[in-house]
Design a protein around this ligand. Structure first.
Ligand SMILES: *Cc1c(COP(=O)(O)O)cnc(C)c1O
Length: 354
C-alpha cells in the first residue's frame, strides 16, 4: 500500500519540449543536474533521449547515471584531472580556466566547450582571452574537438546586466562563429524573455532545466510535470474543544475527523525560506524563487486545513470533505523533497491529474 508518492507526467514533459520546439529551432541542451531537478535522472534521461539534442549534468557521477548514449555536457570546471585521463566517451568537458590546459593529456580526443566568464565571476575564461585559448587548443591538442562556447546568465531579472552580458558574449564569440559549432547562453528565464532571445540570435543552443520541468513559463504554456500525492495512513475522531498536536496550539472548533499523512518536515513540508548555505546551495539557488512560503495540501483542488504544524515525519489534517481513499495533492518541490519518495511516471495517461 502506498501512502506517499511523486507522480511525474512524461506527457507534460514531452509537451514542454514540443512547446520549446515550436517557439524556436535552437538545439536543446536538457539540464538534468540535481537528479533531473529531483525527478529521477535515470528515467527522465531515458525518456528525453530521442527528444533533445544534448544533456547537461553537474558532475561525472551524474553523467554515469544518464541513460543512453546521448552526448552529455559537464557543466562544472575541470578540476579532477582523473576524470579526463580516462574520459567518458560521450562526455563533453568544459574548459573554464587556462591553467587546466597544462594538465590535459596531449592526446585528449573528447569534445570540449569553453566557458566564458561574462560577469558572474564564478568560473570561466576571462573576456579577451578566448582567442588565446582557441589557438592554444588548436596548437597543442590535435585531437581535441572544440565543439562549443558558452556563458551563463546569472541575473536575468536585471535587464541591463543581462543585455550587457549577452553583448559581451557576442563580441567575444563573433570571430569564431564559423569555426565553433555550438554557441549558447540562454537558460530558461533567458529563453522566456523575448528581448534576451532576440539579442542572443547569434546563439544556436539553449541550456534549459526549469522550463522542461515546468518550474517556469506557466504563462507561456509550460506545465509542471510533477505532483506529490498522499493518502492518509490513519484517522481518528476528536471531540470539539480538544487540543491537538505539539504545543496544544490547535483547538477543535467542532467534532472533527483527523487524518495523518506520512509527510512532514523531512520532505520539506512547512519549509521556510531559511536555506542554509551548504554544498547544495548552488543548485537550490536556481529554485530559490520558486519556493513558496505557503505550503499546501489539496483535495480536488480545494485546500485542506493543516492541524498545527507539519511534524518531522507526519502531518495532521482536517478530513472534512475528504474520504478514506482520497488522494491528496501536496505542494512541495522535488528538488527539496526527500529523494527517496517513490516516483510514479505516467505516459499517455489521461488520468494523470496534476
Ligand atoms: C543549471 C544551469 C542551467 C539551467 O538553468 P535553468 O534556469 O534551469 O534553465 C543552465 N546553465 C548552467 C551553467 C547551469 O548551471
Amino acid at each position: 500500500m502506498k501512502y506517499l508518492w511523486c507522480q511525474v507526467s512524461l506527457d507534460r514533459l514531452e509537451e514542454n519540449i514540443n512547446n520549446i520546439r515550436n517557439m524556436d529551432d535552437k538545439k536543446i541542451i536538457a539540464v538534468v543536474k540535481g537528479n533531473a531537478y529531483g525527478l529521477g535522472i535515470e528515467r527522465i534521461t531515458e525518456f528525453l533521449e530521442d527528444k533533445i539534442d544534448y544533456f547537461a549534468v553537474a558532475d561525472i557521477s551524474e553523467a554515469k547515471r544518464v541513460a543512453g548514449e546521448k552526448e552529455i555536457l559537464l557543466l562544472t570546471p575541470l578540476i579532477d584531472i582523473e576524470d579526463i585521463i580516462n574520459p567518458m566517451e560521450n562526455v563533453i568537458y568544459t574548459i573554464d580556466n587556462e591553467e587546466i590546459l597544462e594538465h590535459i593529456p596531449k592526446d585528449f580526443s573528447n569534445k570540449v566547450h569553453i566557458y566564458l566568464d561574462t560577469g558572474m565571476n564564478r568560473m570561466g575564461i576571462k573576456i579577451g582571452r578566448l582567442k588565446y585559448v582557441v589557438e592554444y587548443i588548436q596548437n597543442n591538442f590535435p585531437s581535441m574537438i572544440l565543439d562549443g562556447v558558452y556563458t551563463h546568465l546569472h541575473n536575468t531579472k536585471s535587464r541591463k546586466g543581462t543585455l550587457k552580458q549577452i553583448n559581451i558574449f557576442k563580441d567575444e564569440v563573433t570571430p569564431f562563429l564559423d569555426r565553433i559549432p555550438n554557441i549558447h547562453c540562454l537558460n530558461s528565464s533567458g529563453f522566456l524573455n523575448e528581448e534576451y532571445k532576440s539579442e542572443a540570435d547569434f546563439t544556436n543552443n539553449i541550456r534549459v532545466g526549469n522550463l522542461l520541468y515546468g518550474y517556469e513559463g506557466s504563462d507561456k504554456g509550460f506545465k509542471k510535470v510533477f505532483s506529490y500525492k498522499a493518502k492518509v495512513i490513519n484517522k481518528f475522531k476528536v471531540k470539539k474543544g480538544s487540543k491537538i498536536g505539539y504545543g496544544e496550539k490547535y483547538k477543535a472548533k467542532e467534532d472533527i475527523l483527523v487524518g495523518i499523512l506520512g509527510i512532514g518536515n523531512i520532505e520539506h513540508l512547512g519549509f521556510n525560506k531559511d536555506v542554509k548555505h551548504n554544498i547544495f546551495y548552488d543548485i537550490l539557488k536556481v529554485f530559490y524563487h520558486h519556493i513558496r512560503k505557503q505550503y499546501c495540501i489539496f483535495c480536488n483542488d480545494k485546500p485542506i486545513e493543516i492541524i498545527g504544524r507539519p511534524n518531522m515525519n507526519v502531518t495532521m489534517i482536517n478530513m472534512k470533505g475528504a474520504g478514506d481513499e482520497t488522494i491528496f495533492t501536496i505542494d512541495i518541490t522535488p528538488i527539496l523533497a526527500e529523494s527517496s519518495i517513490n516516483k510514479e511516471y505516467t505516459y499517455n495517461d489521461i488520468q494523470a491529474s496534476l
